[in-house]
Unconditional design. Structure first.
Lengths: 216, 414
Protein backbone atom coordinates (compact mmCIF):
# COMPACT_ATOMS: atom_id res chain seq x y z
CA UNK A 1 0.00 0.00 0.00
CA UNK A 2 1.36 3.46 -0.95
CA UNK A 3 1.19 4.79 2.61
CA UNK A 4 3.65 2.14 3.79
CA UNK A 5 6.20 2.69 1.04
CA UNK A 6 8.61 5.56 0.51
CA UNK A 7 7.14 6.39 -2.91
CA UNK A 8 4.97 9.24 -1.67
CA UNK A 9 7.77 10.82 0.35
CA UNK A 10 10.21 10.53 -2.54
CA UNK A 11 7.79 12.11 -4.97
CA UNK A 12 7.04 15.02 -2.60
CA UNK A 13 10.79 15.61 -2.19
CA UNK A 14 11.28 15.55 -5.96
CA UNK A 15 8.48 18.04 -6.59
CA UNK A 16 9.87 20.36 -3.91
CA UNK A 17 13.34 20.03 -5.38
CA UNK A 18 11.94 20.87 -8.83
CA UNK A 19 10.31 24.04 -7.47
CA UNK A 20 13.59 24.94 -5.71
CA UNK A 21 15.45 24.61 -9.01
CA UNK A 22 13.05 26.97 -10.77
CA UNK A 23 13.20 29.43 -7.89
CA UNK A 24 16.98 29.38 -7.82
CA UNK A 25 17.12 29.60 -11.62
CA UNK A 26 15.10 32.83 -11.51
CA UNK A 27 17.41 34.29 -8.90
CA UNK A 28 20.53 33.37 -10.88
CA UNK A 29 19.02 34.74 -14.11
CA UNK A 30 18.40 38.09 -12.45
CA UNK A 31 21.99 38.22 -11.21
CA UNK A 32 23.22 37.13 -14.63
CA UNK A 33 21.49 40.03 -16.38
CA UNK A 34 22.80 42.46 -13.79
CA UNK A 35 26.32 41.10 -14.28
CA UNK A 36 26.00 41.50 -18.06
CA UNK A 37 24.78 45.07 -17.73
CA UNK A 38 27.68 45.81 -15.38
CA UNK A 39 30.02 44.22 -17.98
CA UNK A 40 31.20 41.63 -15.41
CA UNK A 41 31.55 38.79 -17.90
CA UNK A 42 33.14 36.24 -15.58
CA UNK A 43 30.18 36.56 -13.18
CA UNK A 44 27.83 36.36 -16.17
CA UNK A 45 29.51 33.11 -17.36
CA UNK A 46 29.28 31.67 -13.87
CA UNK A 47 25.57 32.47 -13.68
CA UNK A 48 24.99 31.05 -17.15
CA UNK A 49 26.66 27.81 -16.12
CA UNK A 50 24.56 27.63 -12.97
CA UNK A 51 21.30 28.14 -14.89
CA UNK A 52 22.37 25.45 -17.34
CA UNK A 53 23.02 23.04 -14.49
CA UNK A 54 19.68 23.86 -12.81
CA UNK A 55 17.83 23.39 -16.10
CA UNK A 56 19.39 19.96 -16.58
CA UNK A 57 18.46 18.95 -13.06
CA UNK A 58 14.91 20.23 -13.55
CA UNK A 59 14.59 18.13 -16.70
CA UNK A 60 15.68 15.01 -14.83
CA UNK A 61 13.30 15.74 -11.99
CA UNK A 62 10.42 16.40 -14.40
CA UNK A 63 10.93 13.04 -16.04
CA UNK A 64 11.29 11.24 -12.71
CA UNK A 65 8.14 12.89 -11.30
CA UNK A 66 6.06 11.94 -14.34
CA UNK A 67 7.41 8.38 -14.34
CA UNK A 68 6.65 7.87 -10.66
CA UNK A 69 3.16 9.29 -10.96
CA UNK A 70 2.38 6.87 -13.79
CA UNK A 71 4.08 3.73 -12.49
CA UNK A 72 2.70 4.06 -8.95
CA UNK A 73 -0.70 5.37 -10.10
CA UNK A 74 -0.33 8.52 -7.99
CA UNK A 75 -2.86 11.36 -8.36
CA UNK A 76 -4.71 9.59 -11.19
CA UNK A 77 -7.36 12.28 -11.46
CA UNK A 78 -4.96 15.23 -11.39
CA UNK A 79 -1.95 13.56 -12.98
CA UNK A 80 -2.24 15.10 -16.42
CA UNK A 81 -2.77 18.59 -14.99
CA UNK A 82 0.14 18.28 -12.56
CA UNK A 83 2.31 17.05 -15.43
CA UNK A 84 1.23 20.01 -17.57
CA UNK A 85 1.99 22.41 -14.71
CA UNK A 86 5.45 20.94 -14.26
CA UNK A 87 5.94 21.16 -18.00
CA UNK A 88 4.94 24.86 -17.96
CA UNK A 89 7.35 25.55 -15.10
CA UNK A 90 10.07 23.70 -16.95
CA UNK A 91 9.44 25.95 -19.93
CA UNK A 92 10.25 28.92 -17.68
CA UNK A 93 13.66 27.56 -16.71
CA UNK A 94 14.23 26.58 -20.36
CA UNK A 95 13.48 30.19 -21.32
CA UNK A 96 15.93 31.46 -18.68
CA UNK A 97 18.67 29.26 -20.06
CA UNK A 98 17.99 30.09 -23.71
CA UNK A 99 17.80 33.83 -22.97
CA UNK A 100 21.16 33.86 -21.21
CA UNK A 101 22.62 31.76 -24.03
CA UNK A 102 21.29 34.18 -26.65
CA UNK A 103 22.86 37.05 -24.78
CA UNK A 104 26.11 35.12 -24.47
CA UNK A 105 26.20 34.42 -28.22
CA UNK A 106 24.87 37.70 -29.57
CA UNK A 107 26.49 39.99 -26.98
CA UNK A 108 23.96 42.80 -27.45
CA UNK A 109 25.29 46.28 -26.98
CA UNK A 110 22.98 47.73 -24.34
CA UNK A 111 23.56 51.49 -23.86
CA UNK A 112 24.33 52.30 -20.21
CA UNK A 113 21.50 54.84 -20.21
CA UNK A 114 19.12 51.89 -20.54
CA UNK A 115 20.65 49.85 -17.70
CA UNK A 116 18.06 51.03 -15.21
CA UNK A 117 15.22 50.15 -17.60
CA UNK A 118 16.64 46.71 -18.30
CA UNK A 119 17.19 46.01 -14.60
CA UNK A 120 13.59 47.07 -13.76
CA UNK A 121 12.24 45.01 -16.61
CA UNK A 122 14.20 41.93 -15.51
CA UNK A 123 13.22 42.41 -11.84
CA UNK A 124 9.52 42.71 -12.66
CA UNK A 125 9.47 39.85 -15.12
CA UNK A 126 11.34 37.61 -12.68
CA UNK A 127 9.04 38.72 -9.83
CA UNK A 128 6.05 37.46 -11.82
CA UNK A 129 7.65 34.02 -12.16
CA UNK A 130 8.87 34.03 -8.56
CA UNK A 131 5.37 34.66 -7.26
CA UNK A 132 4.19 31.64 -9.23
CA UNK A 133 6.36 29.23 -7.22
CA UNK A 134 4.65 29.71 -3.80
CA UNK A 135 1.28 29.44 -5.59
CA UNK A 136 2.36 26.16 -7.20
CA UNK A 137 3.60 24.86 -3.84
CA UNK A 138 0.31 25.94 -2.26
CA UNK A 139 -1.62 23.86 -4.79
CA UNK A 140 -0.29 20.77 -3.03
CA UNK A 141 -0.64 21.96 0.55
CA UNK A 142 -3.34 24.65 0.72
CA UNK A 143 -5.24 24.87 -2.59
CA UNK A 144 -7.62 27.42 -1.06
CA UNK A 145 -4.84 30.02 -1.07
CA UNK A 146 -3.64 29.50 -4.63
CA UNK A 147 -5.82 32.11 -6.29
CA UNK A 148 -4.89 34.92 -3.94
CA UNK A 149 -1.21 34.11 -4.44
CA UNK A 150 -1.67 34.22 -8.20
CA UNK A 151 -2.89 37.82 -8.10
CA UNK A 152 0.71 38.98 -7.74
CA UNK A 153 1.72 37.02 -10.87
CA UNK A 154 -0.89 38.86 -12.92
CA UNK A 155 0.13 42.18 -11.40
CA UNK A 156 3.83 41.75 -12.19
CA UNK A 157 3.05 40.45 -15.67
CA UNK A 158 1.09 43.58 -16.51
CA UNK A 159 3.85 45.74 -14.99
CA UNK A 160 6.37 43.93 -17.20
CA UNK A 161 4.27 44.72 -20.25
CA UNK A 162 4.22 48.39 -19.30
CA UNK A 163 7.98 48.51 -18.68
CA UNK A 164 8.68 46.67 -21.91
CA UNK A 165 6.44 49.11 -23.79
CA UNK A 166 8.11 52.16 -22.29
CA UNK A 167 11.64 50.83 -22.86
CA UNK A 168 10.88 50.01 -26.49
CA UNK A 169 9.38 53.48 -26.89
CA UNK A 170 12.57 55.05 -25.56
CA UNK A 171 14.70 52.94 -27.89
CA UNK A 172 12.68 53.61 -31.02
CA UNK A 173 11.56 57.20 -30.42
CA UNK A 174 14.24 58.86 -28.32
CA UNK A 175 17.53 57.14 -29.15
CA UNK A 176 18.09 58.42 -32.66
CA UNK A 177 21.83 57.75 -32.46
CA UNK A 178 21.18 53.97 -32.72
CA UNK A 179 20.68 52.37 -36.11
CA UNK A 180 17.62 50.29 -36.87
CA UNK A 181 19.44 46.95 -36.61
CA UNK A 182 20.71 47.86 -33.14
CA UNK A 183 17.21 48.94 -32.12
CA UNK A 184 15.72 45.70 -33.41
CA UNK A 185 18.34 43.69 -31.55
CA UNK A 186 17.53 45.46 -28.28
CA UNK A 187 13.83 44.85 -28.90
CA UNK A 188 14.64 41.17 -29.38
CA UNK A 189 16.44 41.02 -26.01
CA UNK A 190 13.55 42.84 -24.31
CA UNK A 191 11.19 40.31 -25.82
CA UNK A 192 13.27 37.47 -24.30
CA UNK A 193 13.12 38.98 -20.82
CA UNK A 194 9.42 39.83 -21.16
CA UNK A 195 8.70 36.27 -22.29
CA UNK A 196 9.47 34.94 -18.76
CA UNK A 197 6.52 36.80 -17.25
CA UNK A 198 4.30 35.68 -20.15
CA UNK A 199 5.20 32.07 -19.43
CA UNK A 200 4.50 32.66 -15.74
CA UNK A 201 1.07 34.02 -16.64
CA UNK A 202 0.33 31.00 -18.81
CA UNK A 203 1.23 28.66 -15.93
CA UNK A 204 -0.82 30.82 -13.55
CA UNK A 205 -3.90 30.42 -15.77
CA UNK A 206 -3.51 26.66 -15.63
CA UNK A 207 -2.85 26.64 -11.88
CA UNK A 208 -5.89 28.79 -11.24
CA UNK A 209 -8.16 26.27 -12.98
CA UNK A 210 -6.49 23.36 -11.21
CA UNK A 211 -7.05 25.00 -7.83
CA UNK A 212 -10.77 25.53 -8.50
CA UNK A 213 -11.14 21.90 -9.54
CA UNK A 214 -9.44 20.56 -6.44
CA UNK A 215 -11.28 22.82 -4.01
CA UNK A 216 -14.71 21.94 -5.41
CA UNK B 1 -27.87 -34.52 -10.07
CA UNK B 2 -27.71 -32.68 -6.75
CA UNK B 3 -24.70 -30.72 -7.99
CA UNK B 4 -26.64 -29.86 -11.14
CA UNK B 5 -29.36 -28.26 -9.01
CA UNK B 6 -26.70 -26.11 -7.34
CA UNK B 7 -25.56 -24.69 -10.67
CA UNK B 8 -28.36 -22.13 -10.83
CA UNK B 9 -27.29 -20.86 -7.40
CA UNK B 10 -23.72 -20.66 -8.60
CA UNK B 11 -24.88 -18.81 -11.71
CA UNK B 12 -26.77 -16.42 -9.45
CA UNK B 13 -23.63 -16.04 -7.35
CA UNK B 14 -21.68 -15.23 -10.49
CA UNK B 15 -24.29 -12.57 -11.37
CA UNK B 16 -24.08 -11.11 -7.85
CA UNK B 17 -20.31 -10.92 -8.18
CA UNK B 18 -20.49 -9.32 -11.62
CA UNK B 19 -23.14 -6.82 -10.58
CA UNK B 20 -23.49 -6.05 -6.85
CA UNK B 21 -19.93 -6.75 -5.73
CA UNK B 22 -18.65 -4.28 -8.31
CA UNK B 23 -20.35 -1.48 -6.34
CA UNK B 24 -17.78 -1.86 -3.58
CA UNK B 25 -14.85 -0.87 -5.72
CA UNK B 26 -16.76 0.81 -8.57
CA UNK B 27 -16.08 4.32 -7.30
CA UNK B 28 -12.44 3.52 -6.55
CA UNK B 29 -11.83 1.90 -9.93
CA UNK B 30 -13.91 4.55 -11.74
CA UNK B 31 -11.81 7.30 -10.17
CA UNK B 32 -8.67 5.29 -11.12
CA UNK B 33 -7.41 5.24 -7.54
CA UNK B 34 -7.31 1.44 -7.43
CA UNK B 35 -6.58 -0.82 -10.37
CA UNK B 36 -9.29 -3.27 -11.39
CA UNK B 37 -7.03 -6.28 -10.80
CA UNK B 38 -6.24 -5.27 -7.21
CA UNK B 39 -9.88 -4.39 -6.50
CA UNK B 40 -11.16 -7.67 -7.91
CA UNK B 41 -8.76 -9.80 -5.85
CA UNK B 42 -9.49 -7.97 -2.58
CA UNK B 43 -13.25 -7.98 -3.19
CA UNK B 44 -13.23 -11.72 -3.97
CA UNK B 45 -11.29 -12.75 -0.86
CA UNK B 46 -13.22 -10.58 1.58
CA UNK B 47 -16.58 -11.37 0.02
CA UNK B 48 -15.96 -15.08 0.67
CA UNK B 49 -14.85 -14.37 4.24
CA UNK B 50 -17.95 -12.27 4.98
CA UNK B 51 -20.25 -14.87 3.45
CA UNK B 52 -18.83 -17.79 5.43
CA UNK B 53 -18.30 -16.02 8.77
CA UNK B 54 -21.36 -13.78 9.00
CA UNK B 55 -23.77 -14.83 6.25
CA UNK B 56 -26.36 -16.69 8.26
CA UNK B 57 -28.14 -13.66 9.81
CA UNK B 58 -29.90 -12.40 6.69
CA UNK B 59 -30.68 -15.86 5.30
CA UNK B 60 -33.19 -16.41 8.14
CA UNK B 61 -35.20 -13.39 6.96
CA UNK B 62 -35.51 -14.82 3.44
CA UNK B 63 -36.58 -18.16 4.97
CA UNK B 64 -39.44 -16.36 6.69
CA UNK B 65 -40.56 -14.80 3.40
CA UNK B 66 -40.74 -18.20 1.74
CA UNK B 67 -39.05 -21.40 2.92
CA UNK B 68 -38.50 -23.20 -0.38
CA UNK B 69 -38.87 -26.84 0.58
CA UNK B 70 -37.62 -28.67 -2.53
CA UNK B 71 -34.33 -28.56 -4.35
CA UNK B 72 -36.13 -28.27 -7.68
CA UNK B 73 -37.83 -25.11 -6.38
CA UNK B 74 -34.55 -23.64 -5.09
CA UNK B 75 -32.95 -24.37 -8.46
CA UNK B 76 -35.75 -22.69 -10.43
CA UNK B 77 -35.86 -19.62 -8.18
CA UNK B 78 -32.13 -19.07 -8.37
CA UNK B 79 -32.16 -19.65 -12.14
CA UNK B 80 -34.96 -17.12 -12.71
CA UNK B 81 -33.24 -14.51 -10.55
CA UNK B 82 -29.90 -15.17 -12.24
CA UNK B 83 -31.36 -14.87 -15.75
CA UNK B 84 -33.04 -11.58 -14.79
CA UNK B 85 -29.80 -10.22 -13.36
CA UNK B 86 -27.73 -11.41 -16.30
CA UNK B 87 -30.05 -9.69 -18.77
CA UNK B 88 -30.01 -6.44 -16.79
CA UNK B 89 -26.23 -6.59 -16.36
CA UNK B 90 -25.91 -7.12 -20.11
CA UNK B 91 -27.50 -3.68 -20.55
CA UNK B 92 -25.10 -2.27 -17.89
CA UNK B 93 -27.96 -1.46 -15.51
CA UNK B 94 -26.87 -1.83 -11.88
CA UNK B 95 -29.88 -3.79 -10.63
CA UNK B 96 -30.34 -5.47 -7.29
CA UNK B 97 -29.90 -9.18 -6.67
CA UNK B 98 -31.92 -8.77 -3.46
CA UNK B 99 -34.95 -7.60 -5.40
CA UNK B 100 -34.55 -10.29 -8.01
CA UNK B 101 -34.49 -13.06 -5.39
CA UNK B 102 -37.35 -11.55 -3.37
CA UNK B 103 -39.36 -11.29 -6.60
CA UNK B 104 -38.52 -14.96 -7.29
CA UNK B 105 -39.57 -16.07 -3.78
CA UNK B 106 -42.89 -14.24 -4.15
CA UNK B 107 -43.30 -15.92 -7.55
CA UNK B 108 -42.71 -19.29 -5.85
CA UNK B 109 -45.22 -18.41 -3.10
CA UNK B 110 -47.83 -17.61 -5.80
CA UNK B 111 -47.14 -20.81 -7.70
CA UNK B 112 -47.24 -23.11 -4.69
CA UNK B 113 -50.16 -21.25 -3.14
CA UNK B 114 -48.13 -20.19 -0.12
CA UNK B 115 -48.96 -17.04 1.74
CA UNK B 116 -46.37 -14.26 1.49
CA UNK B 117 -45.65 -13.02 4.97
CA UNK B 118 -46.53 -9.35 4.65
CA UNK B 119 -44.73 -8.45 7.89
CA UNK B 120 -41.44 -9.91 6.61
CA UNK B 121 -41.97 -8.39 3.17
CA UNK B 122 -42.70 -5.04 4.82
CA UNK B 123 -39.52 -5.36 6.88
CA UNK B 124 -37.49 -6.11 3.74
CA UNK B 125 -38.99 -3.25 1.73
CA UNK B 126 -38.58 -0.79 4.60
CA UNK B 127 -34.92 -1.81 4.84
CA UNK B 128 -34.62 -1.24 1.10
CA UNK B 129 -35.91 2.30 1.57
CA UNK B 130 -33.91 2.90 4.76
CA UNK B 131 -30.68 1.58 3.17
CA UNK B 132 -30.15 4.34 0.59
CA UNK B 133 -31.48 7.03 2.94
CA UNK B 134 -29.05 6.04 5.69
CA UNK B 135 -26.35 5.65 3.02
CA UNK B 136 -26.96 9.20 1.75
CA UNK B 137 -26.98 10.66 5.28
CA UNK B 138 -23.79 8.81 6.23
CA UNK B 139 -22.11 9.81 2.96
CA UNK B 140 -22.90 13.51 3.54
CA UNK B 141 -21.66 13.34 7.13
CA UNK B 142 -18.46 11.50 6.26
CA UNK B 143 -17.83 13.77 3.27
CA UNK B 144 -18.07 16.89 5.44
CA UNK B 145 -15.66 15.35 7.99
CA UNK B 146 -13.13 14.33 5.30
CA UNK B 147 -13.32 17.76 3.61
CA UNK B 148 -12.87 19.60 6.95
CA UNK B 149 -9.95 17.33 7.85
CA UNK B 150 -8.31 17.88 4.47
CA UNK B 151 -8.66 21.67 4.77
CA UNK B 152 -7.49 22.01 8.36
CA UNK B 153 -4.70 19.42 8.39
CA UNK B 154 -2.77 21.01 5.50
CA UNK B 155 -1.48 17.64 4.32
CA UNK B 156 0.41 17.53 1.04
CA UNK B 157 -1.96 16.57 -1.78
CA UNK B 158 0.14 13.56 -2.77
CA UNK B 159 0.30 12.31 0.82
CA UNK B 160 -3.45 12.84 1.24
CA UNK B 161 -4.12 10.91 -1.96
CA UNK B 162 -1.93 8.06 -0.75
CA UNK B 163 -3.95 7.98 2.50
CA UNK B 164 -7.14 7.93 0.45
CA UNK B 165 -5.78 5.15 -1.75
CA UNK B 166 -4.85 3.03 1.27
CA UNK B 167 -8.21 3.89 2.83
CA UNK B 168 -10.01 2.78 -0.33
CA UNK B 169 -8.32 -0.60 -0.21
CA UNK B 170 -9.05 -1.12 3.52
CA UNK B 171 -12.60 0.20 3.33
CA UNK B 172 -13.17 -1.78 0.13
CA UNK B 173 -12.10 -4.94 1.94
CA UNK B 174 -14.52 -4.10 4.75
CA UNK B 175 -17.23 -3.34 2.18
CA UNK B 176 -16.68 -6.65 0.40
CA UNK B 177 -16.84 -8.46 3.75
CA UNK B 178 -20.11 -6.69 4.64
CA UNK B 179 -21.55 -7.41 1.21
CA UNK B 180 -20.68 -11.08 1.55
CA UNK B 181 -22.27 -11.16 4.99
CA UNK B 182 -25.39 -9.31 3.86
CA UNK B 183 -26.00 -10.56 0.34
CA UNK B 184 -24.91 -14.20 0.33
CA UNK B 185 -28.42 -15.09 1.51
CA UNK B 186 -29.66 -13.86 -1.89
CA UNK B 187 -27.52 -16.47 -3.62
CA UNK B 188 -27.65 -19.47 -1.33
CA UNK B 189 -30.48 -18.61 1.08
CA UNK B 190 -33.05 -20.52 -1.00
CA UNK B 191 -30.87 -23.67 -0.91
CA UNK B 192 -30.26 -23.66 2.85
CA UNK B 193 -33.59 -25.29 3.88
CA UNK B 194 -33.34 -27.87 1.07
CA UNK B 195 -29.69 -28.91 1.46
CA UNK B 196 -28.09 -30.70 4.38
CA UNK B 197 -24.38 -31.34 3.96
CA UNK B 198 -21.95 -33.11 6.28
CA UNK B 199 -19.83 -30.84 8.49
CA UNK B 200 -16.53 -30.07 6.80
CA UNK B 201 -13.50 -30.30 9.07
CA UNK B 202 -10.72 -28.01 7.88
CA UNK B 203 -8.39 -28.72 10.81
CA UNK B 204 -8.43 -25.16 12.18
CA UNK B 205 -12.23 -24.74 11.98
CA UNK B 206 -15.33 -26.61 10.91
CA UNK B 207 -17.85 -25.46 8.33
CA UNK B 208 -21.50 -26.45 8.79
CA UNK B 209 -23.94 -27.16 5.94
CA UNK B 210 -25.06 -23.57 5.33
CA UNK B 211 -21.50 -22.24 5.63
CA UNK B 212 -20.38 -24.70 2.94
CA UNK B 213 -23.18 -23.48 0.70
CA UNK B 214 -22.17 -19.88 1.43
CA UNK B 215 -18.58 -20.76 0.60
CA UNK B 216 -19.62 -22.19 -2.75
CA UNK B 217 -21.77 -19.12 -3.40
CA UNK B 218 -18.87 -16.89 -2.38
CA UNK B 219 -16.54 -18.64 -4.80
CA UNK B 220 -19.09 -18.21 -7.59
CA UNK B 221 -19.31 -14.50 -6.71
CA UNK B 222 -15.52 -14.26 -6.83
CA UNK B 223 -15.58 -15.69 -10.35
CA UNK B 224 -18.25 -13.11 -11.26
CA UNK B 225 -16.11 -10.29 -9.86
CA UNK B 226 -13.01 -11.43 -11.70
CA UNK B 227 -14.69 -12.08 -15.02
CA UNK B 228 -17.52 -9.63 -15.58
CA UNK B 229 -17.62 -6.76 -13.05
CA UNK B 230 -15.44 -4.35 -15.06
CA UNK B 231 -18.37 -3.00 -17.09
CA UNK B 232 -20.59 -2.30 -14.06
CA UNK B 233 -17.70 -0.78 -12.12
CA UNK B 234 -17.35 1.82 -14.84
CA UNK B 235 -21.11 2.58 -14.84
CA UNK B 236 -21.09 3.13 -11.10
CA UNK B 237 -17.78 4.95 -11.03
CA UNK B 238 -18.28 7.42 -13.84
CA UNK B 239 -21.85 7.76 -15.03
CA UNK B 240 -23.91 8.98 -12.09
CA UNK B 241 -21.53 11.59 -10.76
CA UNK B 242 -17.88 12.24 -11.43
CA UNK B 243 -16.30 11.30 -8.11
CA UNK B 244 -13.21 12.81 -6.54
CA UNK B 245 -10.91 10.40 -4.72
CA UNK B 246 -12.13 11.39 -1.25
CA UNK B 247 -15.76 11.14 -2.40
CA UNK B 248 -15.02 7.62 -3.67
CA UNK B 249 -13.65 6.71 -0.24
CA UNK B 250 -16.69 8.15 1.50
CA UNK B 251 -19.10 6.31 -0.84
CA UNK B 252 -17.47 2.94 -0.22
CA UNK B 253 -17.27 3.49 3.54
CA UNK B 254 -20.89 4.65 3.83
CA UNK B 255 -22.08 1.68 1.79
CA UNK B 256 -20.01 -0.78 3.82
CA UNK B 257 -21.39 0.65 7.06
CA UNK B 258 -24.99 0.35 5.85
CA UNK B 259 -24.48 -3.27 4.75
CA UNK B 260 -22.73 -4.05 8.03
CA UNK B 261 -25.53 -2.47 10.08
CA UNK B 262 -28.14 -4.69 8.39
CA UNK B 263 -26.13 -7.90 8.76
CA UNK B 264 -24.37 -7.71 12.12
CA UNK B 265 -26.20 -9.62 14.82
CA UNK B 266 -23.56 -8.46 17.31
CA UNK B 267 -24.36 -4.80 16.62
CA UNK B 268 -28.09 -5.51 16.82
CA UNK B 269 -27.63 -7.23 20.20
CA UNK B 270 -25.62 -4.25 21.42
CA UNK B 271 -28.46 -1.91 20.45
CA UNK B 272 -31.02 -4.14 22.18
CA UNK B 273 -28.87 -4.04 25.34
CA UNK B 274 -29.02 -0.23 25.18
CA UNK B 275 -32.84 -0.50 25.29
CA UNK B 276 -33.42 0.25 21.60
CA UNK B 277 -35.36 -1.90 19.09
CA UNK B 278 -33.23 -4.49 17.24
CA UNK B 279 -31.89 -3.86 13.73
CA UNK B 280 -33.64 -6.12 11.21
CA UNK B 281 -31.26 -8.61 9.59
CA UNK B 282 -32.29 -7.96 6.02
CA UNK B 283 -30.37 -8.38 2.77
CA UNK B 284 -30.18 -4.78 1.62
CA UNK B 285 -29.85 -3.83 -2.01
CA UNK B 286 -26.25 -2.74 -2.42
CA UNK B 287 -27.22 -1.06 -5.72
CA UNK B 288 -29.70 1.16 -3.94
CA UNK B 289 -27.31 1.94 -1.11
CA UNK B 290 -24.47 2.94 -3.43
CA UNK B 291 -26.77 5.15 -5.50
CA UNK B 292 -28.04 6.68 -2.23
CA UNK B 293 -24.47 7.41 -1.14
CA UNK B 294 -23.49 8.97 -4.49
CA UNK B 295 -26.74 10.93 -4.57
CA UNK B 296 -26.05 12.21 -1.03
CA UNK B 297 -22.71 13.62 -2.09
CA UNK B 298 -24.26 15.02 -5.27
CA UNK B 299 -26.94 16.80 -3.25
CA UNK B 300 -24.34 18.16 -0.84
CA UNK B 301 -22.37 19.52 -3.77
CA UNK B 302 -25.45 21.23 -5.15
CA UNK B 303 -27.01 18.57 -7.44
CA UNK B 304 -25.53 20.16 -10.57
CA UNK B 305 -23.22 17.26 -11.34
CA UNK B 306 -25.75 14.44 -11.09
CA UNK B 307 -26.59 12.57 -14.26
CA UNK B 308 -30.33 12.16 -13.67
CA UNK B 309 -30.77 10.12 -16.87
CA UNK B 310 -28.61 7.32 -15.46
CA UNK B 311 -30.45 7.58 -12.13
CA UNK B 312 -33.75 7.19 -14.01
CA UNK B 313 -32.44 4.11 -15.82
CA UNK B 314 -31.35 2.60 -12.50
CA UNK B 315 -34.76 3.34 -10.96
CA UNK B 316 -36.43 1.63 -13.89
CA UNK B 317 -34.21 -1.41 -13.33
CA UNK B 318 -35.34 -1.56 -9.70
CA UNK B 319 -38.97 -1.86 -10.74
CA UNK B 320 -38.33 -4.26 -13.59
CA UNK B 321 -36.06 -6.68 -11.69
CA UNK B 322 -38.49 -8.01 -9.00
CA UNK B 323 -41.45 -8.05 -11.41
CA UNK B 324 -39.50 -9.78 -14.18
CA UNK B 325 -37.89 -12.21 -11.77
CA UNK B 326 -41.28 -13.06 -10.15
CA UNK B 327 -42.98 -13.67 -13.51
CA UNK B 328 -40.06 -15.69 -14.85
CA UNK B 329 -40.04 -17.84 -11.69
CA UNK B 330 -43.76 -18.52 -12.03
CA UNK B 331 -43.41 -19.70 -15.64
CA UNK B 332 -40.22 -21.69 -15.02
CA UNK B 333 -41.84 -23.45 -12.04
CA UNK B 334 -44.81 -24.34 -14.27
CA UNK B 335 -42.49 -25.92 -16.85
CA UNK B 336 -40.37 -27.70 -14.25
CA UNK B 337 -43.37 -29.22 -12.55
CA UNK B 338 -45.63 -30.02 -15.50
CA UNK B 339 -43.18 -30.83 -18.26
CA UNK B 340 -40.14 -32.25 -16.44
CA UNK B 341 -42.12 -33.57 -13.47
CA UNK B 342 -39.70 -32.14 -10.93
CA UNK B 343 -40.89 -31.38 -7.41
CA UNK B 344 -40.60 -27.62 -7.01
CA UNK B 345 -42.06 -27.37 -3.50
CA UNK B 346 -45.38 -27.55 -1.77
CA UNK B 347 -47.82 -25.53 0.25
CA UNK B 348 -46.88 -24.98 3.87
CA UNK B 349 -49.86 -24.60 6.19
CA UNK B 350 -49.01 -23.75 9.79
CA UNK B 351 -45.76 -25.68 9.67
CA UNK B 352 -47.37 -28.75 8.07
CA UNK B 353 -45.97 -29.58 4.67
CA UNK B 354 -48.53 -31.03 2.27
CA UNK B 355 -46.57 -33.86 0.61
CA UNK B 356 -45.95 -33.86 -3.10
CA UNK B 357 -45.55 -37.11 -5.07
CA UNK B 358 -42.31 -38.61 -3.87
CA UNK B 359 -39.18 -38.03 -5.88
CA UNK B 360 -35.57 -38.59 -5.03
CA UNK B 361 -34.98 -34.86 -4.91
CA UNK B 362 -36.59 -33.87 -1.65
CA UNK B 363 -35.03 -32.34 1.41
CA UNK B 364 -32.34 -33.76 3.68
CA UNK B 365 -29.77 -34.63 1.09
CA UNK B 366 -26.44 -36.06 2.11
CA UNK B 367 -23.93 -35.72 -0.65
CA UNK B 368 -20.25 -35.77 -1.40
CA UNK B 369 -20.35 -32.03 -1.96
CA UNK B 370 -18.31 -31.53 1.24
CA UNK B 371 -15.49 -33.63 -0.19
CA UNK B 372 -15.54 -31.63 -3.41
CA UNK B 373 -15.36 -28.40 -1.43
CA UNK B 374 -12.34 -29.69 0.47
CA UNK B 375 -10.42 -30.43 -2.75
CA UNK B 376 -11.62 -27.16 -4.25
CA UNK B 377 -10.18 -25.23 -1.31
CA UNK B 378 -6.89 -27.09 -1.51
CA UNK B 379 -6.67 -26.36 -5.24
CA UNK B 380 -7.46 -22.71 -4.65
CA UNK B 381 -4.81 -22.45 -1.96
CA UNK B 382 -2.13 -23.90 -4.25
CA UNK B 383 -3.28 -21.83 -7.23
CA UNK B 384 -3.44 -18.66 -5.10
CA UNK B 385 0.06 -19.16 -3.68
CA UNK B 386 1.52 -19.74 -7.15
CA UNK B 387 -0.39 -16.67 -8.42
CA UNK B 388 0.99 -14.43 -5.65
CA UNK B 389 4.59 -15.58 -6.22
CA UNK B 390 4.21 -15.08 -9.98
CA UNK B 391 2.74 -11.58 -9.44
CA UNK B 392 5.60 -10.52 -7.13
CA UNK B 393 8.22 -11.79 -9.58
CA UNK B 394 6.53 -10.04 -12.49
CA UNK B 395 6.30 -6.73 -10.59
CA UNK B 396 9.97 -6.92 -9.61
CA UNK B 397 10.95 -7.66 -13.20
CA UNK B 398 8.93 -4.67 -14.44
CA UNK B 399 10.53 -2.38 -11.85
CA UNK B 400 14.04 -3.55 -12.77
CA UNK B 401 13.39 -3.03 -16.49
CA UNK B 402 12.04 0.45 -15.84
CA UNK B 403 15.08 1.37 -13.77
CA UNK B 404 17.41 0.01 -16.43
CA UNK B 405 15.69 1.93 -19.24
CA UNK B 406 15.82 5.14 -17.18
CA UNK B 407 19.53 4.74 -16.51
CA UNK B 408 20.12 4.04 -20.20
CA UNK B 409 18.14 7.17 -21.19
CA UNK B 410 20.21 9.49 -19.00
CA UNK B 411 23.45 7.81 -20.05
CA UNK B 412 22.58 8.46 -23.71
CA UNK B 413 21.59 12.04 -22.91
CA UNK B 414 25.09 12.69 -21.59
Amino acid sequence: MPVFTGTTRNLIIKIDEFFDDIDLGLLVFREGIKAYLEKDMSAFQRHLQKVDQLENNADKLQRAIENEMITHSILPQHRSEVSTLIDELDEIIDALKSSLNEINIEMPDIPSSLNKNFISLTETSINAAEELIPAARAYFKAPYTVREKLLKVYYFESETDKLSFSTKKIIFQEMNELDLAHKAHLRYIIHHIENISDLAQKAADLLSGMAIKIVM
Amino acid sequence: MILFFLTSGLFLGWSLGANDASHIFGSAVGSKMVTFRKAAIIASVFFILGAVIQGSGTSHTLDKLGAVNAIGGSFTLALAAAITIYMMTKFALPISTTQAIVGAIIGWNFFTGNHTDSATLGKIISAWIAGPVIGAALAILLYIIVKKFKKSAGIHLIRFESYVKTGLILVGAFGAYSLGANNIANVMGVFVPAFHLKNLDLWIFTLNSSQQLFLLGGLACAVGILTYSWKVMNTIGNNILELSSEAALVVVLAQALVLFIFSSTGLSNLIVKAGLPPIPMVPVSSSQVIVGCILGIGLYKGARNINFKVLGEIGLGWIISPVASGLLTFFLLFFMKNIFGINVGSKVTESIIIPEPATNLTMSVQTDVSGIIKYLLLGLFIFGTIGIIFYILLENKKRREMQRSEEKFWKNMK
